[in-house]
Design a protein around this ligand. Sequence first.
Ligand SMILES: *Cc1c(COP(=O)(O)O)cnc(C)c1O
Length: 377
Amino acid sequence: MSSTIQMVDLKGQYNRLKPEIDLAIQEVLDGCIFINGPQVKDFSDRLSTYMGGCFVIPCANGTDALQIALMALELNDGDEVLLPSFTYAATAEVIALLKLKPVMVDVDPTSFNTGRAQYEAYITDKTRVIVPVHLFGQASQMDEIMELAKERDLFVVEDNAQAIGADYYHQDGSTSKVGTIGHIGCTSFFPSKNLGCYGDGGAVFTKDETRAHKIYMMANHGQAKKYHHEVIGCNSRLDTLQAAILNVKLRYLDDFAARRRSVADHYDKALAEIVGLRTPFRVSYSNHVFHQYTLQVSDGRRDGLMTYLKEKGIPSMIYYPIPLYKQKAYAHYVEPGFSQPETERLCTDVVSLPIHTEMEQDTQDYIIHEVKAFFNC
Ligand SMILES: *Cc1c(COP(=O)(O)O)cnc(C)c1O
């Protein structure tokens, strides 16, 4: 068993892929085209094929991806954008930065995601966009969300920072890659994400060519042709070194998912019967790529479990400890005392266990043993 247990083992994964990664990095150094080198186009093309043939616009990080996506929709100040209350702050941040109004919506009690029923209750005549977040590696109910969007004439921008590589099984029997179902999809290549680079990176997806062109301009100073600035954009690029690393790692993305899934299966089997603890619910309309393996611990025992595990040398994390509407920066978007039961419950109950592509059996068995010991089983 490795001496320190980590939530994510980036070093172990690098060591395994080192010959290929080092070669890819050396090629960029030899070429010295650090911005918009050939590896960037190569990666975009290969990611497009992987995602089933959508347009891919690479950018500097996942937060920028969301911002650029919203910029390309040409919204007006004060337009309302629906998003889950139980997500990372980046989703709300870009909405607020663009002078749009983040409208935070409670989550579905069975999954960690937010679905049609929850979003529908918050639609007003100012609502223009829904931003579903595919939390922890599993899709939101996109067929129903897209149906709602069509009925109410809304855009859908998927925050797919945590579920790249996951498949969505449509009601009509077809399959899509998660992130390509909405009008626009966004992802992050932050190092610990399922497809992570060695710095910052992100990408935007769309199937619509005109929209792809707009998104591309937004990420490139509002220009399609050098020194011809058609709109006010920003500067958000995936650099060549990161693209070269991602080119190697994209080849392993399905293998990464399989490794994470096998860790999750093992946890599921070992922990499913424990009273007071709930293993992650798996929906029927998406497979799970397990960006996180997140338990729900009832009866106020979550923090006790975390302290116990820490004493045993096992890290665990709370994603996310505070509802977005209770964050100081976003509290003014809701009335004082505003509260959503499912989000509040999850913030109290969730804890994520170590899961990554390099998990060794004896390490995981030790984690399982200690979780069981805490619950006296
Ligand atoms: C990581 C993440 C982001 C932001 O990605 P960065 O690359 O860190 O900017 C946005 N949304 C969610 C749900 C994320 O997990």
